[in-house]
Write a protein that binds this ligand. Structure first.
Ligand code: XMP
Length: 509
């Protein structure tokens, strides 16, 4: 195991992720967390992250004293490297030439950290305004850059390493090799951490944490909450109950599918709550998107809390929060944390009387999918497009009624079905249908119609933050349009959304 100490870098989580990609378990701790050997018997090395502070300023964050006593290898990255230098009485000063972005690091010693790297000149990613100007005693330079003779340093006996650049970002050539050398060779970690071992460890952790108490969680049918519910089920069986609220705003057949997949196939102890009428009533007459979202959020909390009370006696609430849900730019565990307010499944408020368990909070989406696969969840379920918490309510523009929801469900199901058939579903990031609050004139048979318009939207994206409209083949769109107009009573026109995000958003509301 490798501990990553967080000094506030925007890349802290990325470092931990890269280590896991090298199949070594890694966790992030705040820079000043106590690290006692008895608490971490598997610990083989420590990485000090970068950070925005200066080691010499008032806001400099101190070296973790425990980590020096442990005698495991340490790799300091950027701020971490400067911290090592200043701790051992070297000198760090503000650089005349600040280095941001691409730079070149010349390897001058390739015996350990730079072992087996064929190029001697590495393109590396720098992001710092300070530099090491005097090497501490016992240290040697193993890499130089144009602006610094100490771009990479080492204390051979104590196995301390520092790099001014960021090996964890893709822009750094041989970054993975550098991390491999540190983790596998210098620290001696065997590459045996996989999603299977994550599952095993997480299950043990949950068992330890929960003991004989009861746990509740909310499931939406989405990837994160599904993976979490299955993990809980494996860990504590019937002590865990997953509450699934059918809010009447789901896609066609979705509530039954969740019941089948989670309850029957995966054996999750599912409490199915049919709250459709309640949500529909709460939404009656509401057209403002923000108001819809608020009503749905509050109604969800009320329904969830009532179910929790009915079930009674739970001490813990598990949430399928992921790393990107929590983080804006700096790590959530560090001192300088900025925690983005996030709306997980229905946005459960923190004042609910439960202790929280968030077993996925260090993971990225693709890692969660890998864990899901390891738990035996079908890939069709794991690879589904994202779906917003407020569901189809934000895709039925204007008033949400059961009739309009059903109409949209039918159109959406046809679109998704056709995407699967044409092998296009996985080529887009998200696809959806929207029911517009206008009617248009058409002609069907020999008569004039005055019916609804459905908009189709498909986007390419990597994270949903920005997106482009997907250039689906005209022929494909034509066949979807024909099917929708023929099969969905009440629709006589289909349009395709060709806006990118920004300035538009993916959802229409
Ligand atoms: P926008 O519309 O903001 O959507 O471009 C970006 C991504 O987020 C999803 N989305 C939500 N997900 N609760 C969620 O869990 C919400 O309230 C919510 N609103 C939007 C949207 O589907 C897209 O994938």
């Amino acid at each position: 195991m490798i501990i990553v100490l967080d000094y506030g870098s925007q890349y802290t989580q990325l470092i931990a992720r890269r280590i896991r990609e090298l199949q070594v378990y890694s966790v992030i701790l705040p820079y000043n967390a106590p690290i006692k050997p008895q608490d971490y018997p598997q610990l083989r090395g420590i990485i000090l992250s970068g950070g925005p502070a200066s080691v010499y300023g008032d806001q400099g964050l101190a070296m973790n004293a425990d980590c020096l006593e442990l005698e495991v290898p340490i790799l300091g990255i950027c701020y971490g490297a400067q911290l090592l230098a200043s701790t051992f009485a070297g000198q760090v000063e503000q650089a005349h030439e600040r280095e941001f972005g691409r730079a070149v690091c010349t390897i001058v010693d390739d015996t350990d950290l730079f072992q087996d790297i064929t190029q001697k000149q590495l393109t590396v990613w720098m992001s710092h305004g300070d530099k090491i100007t005097k090497l501490p005693e016992g240290f040697t330079a193993i890499g130089t850059s144009e602006n610094s003779p100490y771009a990479a340093i080492r204390h051979a006996e104590r196995r301390l390493f520092g790099v001014q650049f960021h090996p964890e970002v893709h822009h750094t050539t041989a970054g993975t090799k550098i991390l491999t050398n540190f983790v596998h060779r210098i620290c001696g970690c065997a590459p045996n951490w996989t999603s299977a071992s994550f599952i095993e460890n997480t299950i043990t952790d949950i068992q330890r944490q929960v003991g004989s108490e009861k746990v509740l969680c909310a499931v939406s049918g989405g990837v994160d909450s599904t993976v979490m519910a299955v993990l809980l089920n494996r860990a504590v069986g019937k002590q865990a109950t997953a509450i699934f609220v059918d809010n009447g705003l789901l896609r066609q057949g979705e509530a039954e599918e969740v019941r089948h997949w989670l309850g029957e196939e995966l054996g999750v102890n599912l409490e199915f709550v049919d709250a459709r009428e309640r949500f529909w009533q709460a939404l009656a007459g509401v057209v403002n998107p923000e108001e819809k979202r608020k009503i749905i959020g509050h109604t969800f909390i009320d329904v969830f809390a009532a179910s929790a009370e009915r079930l009674g006696g739970a001490t813990f609430l598990a949430q399928g929060t992921l790393y990107p849900d929590l983080i804006e730019s700096v790590s959530h565990v560090g001192p300088s944390a900025t925690i983005k307010s996030h709306h997980n499944v229905g946005g459960l408020p923190e004042q609910l009387p439960f202790k929280l368990i968030e077993p996925l909070k260090e993971l990225f989406k693709d890692e969660v999918r890998a864990v899901g696969k390891g738990l035996g969840i079908s890939s069709r379920w794991l690879q589904r497009h994202p779906f917003p918490g407020p569901g189809l309510a934000v895709r039925v523009l204007g008033e949400v009624t059961p009739q309009r929801l059903e109409l949209l469900q039918q159109a959406d199901a046809i679109f998704i079905d056709e995407l699967h058939k044409a092998d296009l579903y996985h080529k887009v990031w998200q696809a959806l249908a929207v029911l517009l609050p206008v009617k248009s004139v058409g002609v069907m048979g020999d008569s004039r119609t005055y019916e609804n318009v459905v908009a189709l939207r498909a986007v390419t994206s990597t994270d949903g933050m920005t997106a482009d409209w997907a250039e689906l083949p005209g022929e494909f769109l034509a066949s979807v349009s024909t099917r929708i107009i023929n099969e969905v009573a009440g629709v006589n026109r289909v349009v395709y959304d060709i806006s990118s995000k920004p300035p538009s958003t993916i959802e229409w509301e």
